[in-house]
Write a protein that binds this ligand. Sequence first.
Ligand code: ZN
Length: 335
Amino acid sequence: MLVFSVETSCDETSVCIMKDDKTILSHIVHSQEIHKKYGGVVPELASRAHLEILQNITKKALKDSGIRIGEINLFSATCGPGLIGGLLIGSTFTKSLAIGNNKPFIPINHLEAHVLSSFYSNEIKFPHLCLLITGGHTQIYFLENTNNIMLIGETIDDAVGEAFDKVAKILGLPYPGGHEIEKKALEGNENSFELPLPLIKENNLNFSFSGLKTSVNLIAKKNHLNDKFIRDISASFQKCVGNILISKLDRAVNKFCKNKNLSISVVGGVANNNYLKKCFQNFEFKKNIKFIYPPRYMMNDNAAMIAWATIIKHSNNHNLNFKPDPRLTIQLSNF
Ligand code: ZN
């Protein structure tokens, strides 16, 4: 069976052709550059760029893989959550291909695809915890199995990736800011500034990053933004984010999976951060836990994770009568 999948929920335009034995025949991710000069994603520009790019990369994916469109058995696309313009373009484009070729169309929940991405390269035992860290979401899920995924904690304001981007903007670093902060922090002193750890003492699994960003802003206003300051504040900020994530994961392990051989997957674009990976490693040593990750090309937004979610979960669940939903959650994912 061959799956053709599309991802357009934010500023990545991506298509993938995957066989049901996991073989990727073609995977193209086009990151839209246009947003860089605005310091963040502009939804209207993202929609226009998806429209321009999608057809070209679809043709290229078919050419690269040597597959004819008529040979595709299933078509799927991200249908939420995300920016509504991108969701409408990606899903309508893919649905048209499905109708034109008389094949099923399957709507995919973007968050569910992130959560399932680590299953592509790992044997996972249940129960399982998943930390999803991206520019749009910061969530912890408890998985009884791949059909029973429960949201047990999430950010009440900014997502962790968003906090990285906003702090980078305060410090005059380019967008996207996550990688820039990580680079600067490598040479900084993480104990230079004491930053708040919001919600860390509260008996829940929720996060808050907006106060942390405000604290960095207040400190930045009182200091010269020279290179030493930027390195030190970047390192202090990153250390603080690591402490917040670990403290909530620790709470989640104690609450849901105590005394079990547990694996925790970390998925989403922020899972690329090497400092945070080290924090997870240190936590691994203290507890009987193993951290696992998806392949690198499935961390940022991409169509391979959409194709993979289609294969493992939804291949019998085709549906042309869904509506794209910018606020879709996993609990509501039965279109
Ligand atoms: Zn995403």
